[in-house]
Design a protein around this ligand. Structure first.
Ligand code: HEM
Length: 582
């Protein structure tokens, strides 16, 4: 059948479902109008308040002028018009959009016991229930177990500064940049994918796939993704004529199968005593052997105590753990024969942690590369600092305290071009009232990061890329001592990582990974805009051109990377671990 015929057939079949949904909408709208009218007149006879916001239209709310791409820009425009808290709606959902840190704090942190659910993303199957995407689950036992485990695993790895994986992958990245600078966007994302895959399974070869898979998943969960995320009634079409549903079933099956395969391969290596101790998989299997691993809720076994303080199985700078405790592992190997549902639970828990850590970091790193090219004055300041501290050796996390200018450049990058510009939506788990306004269970509360980052009082001249905000005491975001601040774990501007019970679990690795990558890049290379070989002019960079997922990466821009004097040999030397003699 030709595509156009197929489209006609789909539309033809979709019409009854859309009509039914429209009738349902009218009925529920009438019901809502009546109850809203009643609730607007309180027992005292006074009108009750409601939040300001754009005028809502019957059936559609404001769906017609919510762009599928760059939604945060529209939310900022409305914030300028309606203030720091306003309401809007689309069919099936009411939103409260918050653009002020204090209000977000009051709702999402102080009232975290109410506002910590996650709203339904239409095209992502069963995400609220679990077990696949912990960041998108409602606040139930599966989420609690996964969050607790991931939190402890991340904290444990951070104490060893991620076992040197970041430095080692950075050395590989630098050599790739030397060899094929035009592919810097791919190299940057692959770097992030490899760090995560090493941490998860000791399998860096999955790094590229990790990025691609994260990209596909993000597409499916974004407003800009499948049309069924906005035209939600289409999701109700029967499976045979529902290409979006069929695609999603297949995609999720592949994702889970891939994670389970990696999990089982790691388990086999654990049985043979060959899995390094510097991986999250090792940590989990060790807990299974000690019967303290978290298991699927409802399982007869109860999860044991948090074992994050257990002795690390790595040695400084080395792989460690290989073969350690080998005999004991063999003796107890039957304990690793788990029910499939426990394997699914654990493989998704580790798999998702590994997936979420790829583009969340590669987006900000790509923006950092862009910012350095556009602001050579800041690049030079950061390089002067790096040269003084590190000289001929590549920077490592040990240089953290001594490189505040570099840290300020990184921190300002995440403010200037947010990686998660909408924030991640929270959902009211029950009815509530805030500042005299009733908020219904199910309302979606969005603290819009893009707008919060543009508060002119906290961030004067917010559109300007200005790392001095974190270095100069005259700015409201400055914090001392500069040996410690700015960073991505604490202090000012932590709103970038979300709120309350759902706060990001990746802050530690963001802090280490962005620091080492940024410092090493500027140590080895000068980053410039690209010069067109034909015209000799600079190729313009559109700093707003990004994908439009919930997590942003800049796209379609070119840069030049010139190895700095005396650094070529050093870079080649550092890459030997991966490439031998290049
Ligand atoms: C600059 C990079 C990053 C930014 C800006 C960021 C931001 C965020 C935000 C805004 C949320 C939602 C918080 C909320 O709902 O209020 C979140 C959640 C989360 N992040 Fe990150 N993130 C980053 C990197 C990472 C990394 C590298 C990892 C893991 C390796 C990670 C793991 C998570 C997880 C697991 C959640 C879900 C928490 C939950 O729902 O319980 N993030 N992050």
């Amino acid at each position: 059948m030709e595509t156009s015929n197929l489209t006609l057939l789909i539309l033809y079949l979709a019409i009854p479902s859309l009509l039914i949904s429209a009738v349902q909408q009218i009925l529920s709208w009438r019901k809502k109008t009546t109850s809203t009218t009643i609730s607007l007149v309180g027992s005292s006879g006074k009108n009750l308040k409601k939040f300001p916001g754009p005028r809502q239209f019957p059936l559609v709310g404001r769906i017609h002028d919510l762009p599928r791409f760059g939604l945060w820009l529209k939310f900022k425009e409305w914030a300028d018009e309606y203030g720091p808290i306003y309401t809007t709606s689309v069919p099936d959902a009411t939103f409260i959009i918050v653009s002020d840190e204090k209000i977000a704090e009051e709702l999402l942190v102080k009232r975290g016991h109410i506002y910590s659910g996650r709203p339904q993303i239409r095209s992502l199957i069963g995400h609220k229930e679990g077990v696949v995407y912990s960041a998108l689950m409602d606040r139930h036992d599966t989420w609690k177990l996964q969050r607790k485990w991931c939190h402890a695993a991340m904290a444990h790895a951070h104490r060893s500064h991620f076992y040197g994986h970041i430095e080692s992958e950075t050395r590989r990245f630098l050599i790739l940049l030397l060899l094929s600078p035009d592919q810097f966007l791919d190299h940057t994302r692959e770097f992030c994918g490899r760090v995560m895959s090493r941490l998860a399974w000791d399998d860096a070869t999955q790094g590229r796939l990790n990025g691609e898979s994260a990209d596909k998943t993000l597409h499916c969960m974004s407003v800009s993704g499948p049309i069924t995320n906005t035209m939600t009634p289409l999701w109700g079409l029967p499976g045979v004529i529902n290409p979006w549903y069929r695609y999603e079933v297949q995609r999720e099956r592949e994702l889970r199968g891939w994670w389970l395969g990696l999990f089982r391969r790691a388990k086999e290596r654990m049985r043979r005593g060959e899995l390094p101790g510097d991986t999250w998989a090792y940590r989990y299997f060790e807990q299974v052997l000690n019967e303290t691993a978290p298991v699927t809720p409802g399982d007869a076994r109860v999860p044991g105590p948090d074992v994050s303080g257990s002795k690390p199985k790595t040695q400084e700078g080395g792989r460690g753990g290989k073969g350690e405790g080998k005999e004991e592992v063999f003796e107890k190997k039957d304990a690793l024969d788990q029910p499939e549902k426990d394997e699914t639970f654990a493989s998704c828990m580790i798999g998702f942690l590994n997936l979420v850590g790829v583009v969340t970091i590669s987006g900000p790193l790509k923006f950092f590369e862009m910012a350095m090219a556009l602001h050579p004055e800041w690049q030079r300041k950061a390089q002067a600092e790096i040269d003084e501290v590190c000289g001929d050796r590549m920077p490592t996390i040990a240089d953290f305290e001594k490189l505040p200018i570099l840290r300020a450049c990184l921190k300002e990058t995440v403010r200037w071009r947010s990686g998660v510009p909408l924030g991640v939506p929270h959902q009211a788990e029950r009815d509530d009232e805030y500042r005299g306004v009733k908020i219904k269970k199910g309302t979606i509360v969005l603290a819009c990061e893009w707008t919060i980052n543009r508060n002119p009082i906290k961030y004067p001249s917010p559109e300007t890329y200005n790392p001095a905000r974190y270095l100069d005491p005259s700015y409201p975001t400055f914090q001392a001592p500069l040996t410690r601040y700015p960073n991505f774990r604490e202090g000012s501007s932590m709103h970038s990582f979300g709120w309350g019970r759902r706060t990001c679990l990746g802050q530690n690795i963001v802090d280490d990974e962005m620091f080492v990558f940024g410092a090493a890049l500027l140590w080895a290379f000068d980053v410039t805009p690209k010069t067109c070989p034909v015209t000799g002019r600079e190729v313009p960079i559109d700093t707003m051109k990004t994908n439009s997922h919930v997590i942003l990466e800049p796209v379609d821009f070119e840069l030049g990377f010139r190895v700095r004097e005396g650094k070529r040999e050093r870079v080649l030397e550092g890459g030997k671990e991966f490439f031998g003699k290049v």
